[in-house]
Structure formats: structure tokens, C-alpha cells
Design a protein around this ligand. Structure first.
Ligand SMILES: [Mg+2]
Length: 229
């Protein structure tokens, strides 16, 4: 009997890659407009390299870009980039289609809802709050809650404990097979691969289920909970 559904955040509930791409594009245009004398391509390449080295959540990417280029930070250019980035990010931070209706339907079905994200607590909570998800989910586990990342079993154990369900009573849905599917399987949860959020062209997810739209989760829960004679 499934009693809880646990979601990954980035590229499962929200299209993180699209949000990042649109925000960076806006920032690049604004920095050029404010006097940064590099081509769009050059700036994009340097930003990609910084993210590659420091991770996608690195918060001082434009400071670093300007410092690497000029050995000092031009605050007119920096602030232009930051403001454009934030405006674009807010506009681009939207859930995938059918996310709200699916979450509401699952709640009506009596499901407990959780999130397990490897994102830093503050960034994860800000994204969740922008979307008003902070009122929908019963519990949210971020990187700081366990200090380890998926596929380590700890974040999964933590959310199960908070939701007060057994592993076999919970479904985990995520876009990153090596982390979401592997980690959840390790603790005995059933798994759903979010094919629609896959950015790695995953060939074999090894999940119990695969979905191309999040609304398919409703049917999976119904089928799992069908009384079999
Ligand atoms: Mg993800």
C-alpha cells in the first residue's frame, strides 16, 4: 500500500536547466549592455567553465567572471548581471506542466508528500517557496539535513522517518537515475524515473516505472493500491 510520494526537486518538479539557461542569457545581455566587452559566446563559455569547477549552485559566478577577466570587479557590470539574472530567474521558475494538478490529486488521495533534494537548503527552500510548494509538502530534506548526497541512503531514510512510512509504502520520483533511482532502491522504496526531466539521455533507468508526464504518477499510485484478489 503506497502512502507517500517523494519527489526530487530540480528537473523533476521544476525545469532547473531551462531556468538557469534563461537567467544566464539575460545576465549576459545585461552585462554587455553595461559595458562588458566580450562576445556572448565568450561570456557563456567562461560562465560554463566556472559552473563546471564550482558547481551549478555557485552564487558568485559573475564576480568570478569579472575578476578573472580584469583582476577586479566592475560593480556596474556585476549589478547589471545580477539584477537581470534575478528577474529572469523569477519569471522562468515555473513547475513542469501538470505538477500542481498532480500534487493536489495526490493530496486528495490521502498521500503524504515529501521532497528530497541535493540542493543547498537555502536555494532549495527559495525555489520551493517561489512556487508555493512550501505549503503543499509535508516534509522537505535538503543537503544540510543529512550532509550527504543521493544516492547515499541517508536522505531517503530521513524523509521516510519524517513522513512516518515504511520504505515499501513510498514511491520516489526523480530525473537522475544514478542518484534518485539507485538511492531510493537501496532503502527499499519503489521508484519512478522522470523521463521528461532527463538531461543525460539516460538509456536504462532501472526504475520500477518511467513517466513522460508527471500526471502519470496518479495512475501508478492507483494501480499499486488496487486491491488484488
Ligand atoms: Mg533532479
Amino acid at each position: 500500500m503506497i502512502r507517500a510520494v517523494v519527489f526530487d526537486l530540480d528537473n523533476t518538479l521544476v525545469d532547473f536547466m531551462a531556468m538557469k539557461r534563461l537567467s544566464i542569457e539575460a545576465a549576459i545581455n545585461a552585462m554587455i549592455d553595461a559595458g562588458l566587452n566580450l562576445s556572448r559566446f565568450e561570456i557563456q563559455e567562461r560562465i560554463d567553465a566556472i559552473y563546471q569547477e564550482k558547481g551549478m549552485e555557485f552564487q558568485n559566478v559573475f564576480d568570478q567572471l569579472l575578476y578573472d577577466e580584469f583582476q577586479k570587479v566592475d560593480y556596474k557590470i556585476l549589478s547589471s548581471g545580477v539584477v537581470a539574472y534575478r528577474r529572469a530567474r523569477e519569471a522562468a521558475l515555473v513547475p513542469y506542466k501538470h505538477v500542481y494538478s498532480t500534487l493536489i490529486e495526490l493530496l486528495k488521495m490521502g498521500m503524504k508528500l515529501g521532497v528530497v533534494s541535493d540542493a543547498p537548503a537555502k536555494e532549495a527552500w527559495l525555489r520551493l517557496t517561489y512556487l508555493n510548494f512550501h505549503h503543499i509538502f509535508d516534509h522537505i530534506v535538503t543537503f544540510e539535513d543529512t550532509g550527504v548526497r543521493k544516492p547515499n541512503p541517508e536522505p531517503f531514510r530521513k524523509i521516510l522517518e519524517l513522513l512516518q512510512v515504511e520504505p515499501h509504502e513510498a514511491l520516489m520520483i526523480g530525473d537522475w537515475a544514478e542518484r534518485d533511482v539507485v538511492g531510493a532502491s537501496k532503502v527499499g522504496m519503489k521508484t519512478i524515473f522522470a523521463r521528461y526531466g532527463d538531461v543525460f539521455n539516460t538509456f536504462e533507468s532501472n526504475a520500477d516505472y518511467e513517466v513522460s508526464d508527471i500526471s502519470e504518477v496518479i495512475e501508478i499510485v492507483r494501480n499499486e493500491n488496487k486491491i488484488r484478489i
